[in-house]
Design a protein around this ligand. Structure first.
Ligand code: SAM
Ligand code: SF4
Length: 375
């Protein structure tokens, strides 16, 4: 059965009416999440809510977002079952909680405690905007959260408020400190640069992070905003990020294996003002996530579940697999597992968003925005 809900295509696992698709998964594959191109998903992104207390311009419109009704969102028990299958039967080795903003989910501590009780060794991290994190950090640590990534695009109240449409810079900075104090480190910071808004702040953000021994990662802006305002011109590309940083720093590629990580990492040294040469000491590292200009699809190890339980094998998937509907219909674990394997098998080779793809029919902006997927 295929259900059209808006534009994404939802497939329920008991769909045999259309005959085998050319992309059908061969029988007898091992219990892993494998795709047709030889990739294995070992890293799971789990969205626990679509709601948020900020309105970052590259993610959401100022208003008019349509939120999921409460009953559509996975409960703590449903999350536990879905994650359990992934970890115990499908070889997932790392879990990242995301959203929307995970901290706005009232039972977040319970969700994490439930997952930790079942998976004592699993690394569980969370991507958060940091608002209110100082108040919850200790409880989250105690519940079993391993570490956090905090999103922070500016250190200036005015710019921060312009970018997020909320005057909460102080709360985010308190959140970063609260997370560090609670032992939720190493804390990483995610920053998206917007042309003419915060791009010139790149070296200052890096200086701030280096002083705190925090790893900063710049993310190229992707065409995943709900209001479809992304333009190729507006995006600050990885080479531009290098150029912005190189006024004050010298970056040298970190030769360690990237190991499926989206960020390319660089060792950072200060640039000597008079000579332009690098100073001797490595001050730390910086990451650049060039999702658009240098996509890393061939080494992607991620699979995602949205807050309402749709499996997406890629941020840019146009096909979704409704594992929550199947679970609520009383499916056995085997059925849920096979749905996941089918979803993964159909993972597209690439998102088609590199420069050759943008503006051509290879790339179509998905209907779901970043916050509705779980970034
Ligand atoms: N609300 C949390 C936060 O902001 O960290 C978690 C969800 S948010 C969707 C996850 C990450 O996606 C954030 O680091 C955010 O900066 C990033 N993000 C959102 N929209 C983006 C876009 N259009 N392009 C690139 N990154 C984006
Ligand atoms: Fe909210 Fe995160 Fe999207 Fe910003 S990027 S609007 S904090 S979900």
């Amino acid at each position: 059965m295929t259900i059209q809900l808006g534009i994404p295509v939802l497939r329920l696992a008991r769909n045999n009416s259309q005959g085998p698709a050319p992309t059908s998964r061969p029988a007898g594959l091992p219990s892993k999440l494998l795709d047709r191109f030889g990739r294995q998903a070992t890293d799971m992104r789990l969205s626990v809510t679509d709601k948020c207390n900020l309105r970052c311009t590259y993610c959401m419109p100022a208003d008019g977002m349509q939120w999921l009704p409460k009953e559509a969102v996975m409960t703590a028990g449903e999350i536990e079952r879905i994650v359990g299958i992934r970890v115990e039967r499908l070889g997932v080795r790392e879990l990242r909680i995301t959203g929307g903003e995970p901290l706005v989910r009232p039972d977040l501590v319970e969700v994490i405690a439930t997952l930790r009780a079942r998976h004592p060794e699993l690394p569980i991290s969370m991507t958060t905007n940091g608002v209110g994190l100082d108040k919850k950090a200790e409880a989250l640590k105690e519940a079993g959260l391993t570490r956090v990534n905090v999103s922070l695009d500016s250190l200036h109240e005015e710019v921060f408020s312009q970018l997020t449409r909320r005057p909460f810079l102080g709360k985010v900075l308190a959140g970063v400190e609260g997370a560090r104090a609670a032992g939720l480190g190493p804390v990483k910071i995610n920053a998206v640069l917007m042309r003419g808004v915060n791009d010139q702040e790149a070296p200052e953000l890096l200086e701030w992070a280096l002083q705190r021994d925090i790893e900063l990662r710049f993310i190229e802006q992707m065409p995943l905003d709900a209001q479809r305002g992304w333009t190729e011109h507006g995006m600050i590309t990885a080479p531009e990020i290098h150029a912005l940083l190189s006024a004050e720093f010298v970056l040298e590629r970190d030769r360690r294996q990237r190991d499926g990580a989206p960020a390319e990492r660089f060792e950072v040294r200060r640039r000597h003002a008079a000579t332009g040469e690098a100073s001797g000491t490595v001050l730390g590292t910086v990451g650049i996530i060039a999702s658009v200009s240098e996509p890393f699809c061939s080494d992607c190890r991620r699979t995602r579940v949205t807050a309402e339980g749709k499996i997406m094998s890629c941020l840019f998937s146009r096909e979704e697999f409704d594992i929550l509907a199947l679970l609520r219909a009383g499916a056995e674990d085997d059925e849920l597992m096979h749905l996941w394997q089918d979803a993964m098998w159909k993972k597209p080779r690439a998102h088609g968003m590199d420069h050759a793809g943008l503006g051509t029919e290879d790339f179509v902006q998905p209907d779901r925005s970043m916050s509705a997927i779980g970034g």
